[in-house]
Design a protein. Structure first.
Length: 122
C-alpha cells in the first residue's frame, strides 16, 4: 500500500483516472476542484487539484485560485475515505466535508470520486 498523498499515491490515482471514463453529465459542471486537506502532515500536500475535461482528469498536489468548487476535509477523514472506512455522502451529510461552489455539479462526480480515491491499486 502506498502512503496517502505521497508521489506514488498521486501516480496511482492518475493511472486510475486515465483508465476510467468521466460521467458525461458531470462534464457540464465542474472543471476544476480544489480539495483542501486540513491538518495534513507537513511533509504532504495541504491541497490537491482535480482538473476535469473531455479528454480526462488529472490530480496534482497544490491548489488553484480559479477553482469551480472548493472542498474542505480533515486529513483523518480524507484518509478514512481513501481506505474505504467512510463514504463521501455520509461525510458531507455529517458535516465532515464542507463544499463551497456548485455542489449540484459536484454530485454528478460523487460515485466516480469514491471509486477512484478509495481504490488502492490500479
Amino acid at each position: 500500500m502506498v502512503d496517502f498523498l505521497s508521489e506514488e499515491w498521486f501516480a496511482s490515482v492518475n493511472q486510475r483516472l486515465t483508465s476510467r471514463a468521466i460521467p458525461t453529465d458531470a462534464l457540464a459542471g465542474v472543471r476544476l476542484v480544489v480539495i483542501e486537506i486540513l491538518g495534513a502532515p507537513s511533509d504532504t500536500a495541504h491541497a490537491v487539484t482535480l482538473r476535469v475535461s473531455e479528454s480526462g482528469a488529472t490530480l496534482s498536489p497544490g491548489d488553484h485560485l480559479a477553482a469551480d468548487t472548493l472542498i474542505r476535509i480533515g486529513f483523518d477523514d480524507a484518509r478514512r475515505i481513501q481506505l474505504g472506512e467512510l463514504d463521501s455522502a455520509s461525510a458531507i451529510r455529517d458535516g465532515r466535508i464542507k463544499v463551497r461552489g456548485d455542489i449540484g455539479a459536484l454530485l454528478g462526480l460523487a460515485g466516480w470520486f469514491q471509486d477512484i480515491f478509495s481504490s488502492e491499486t490500479p
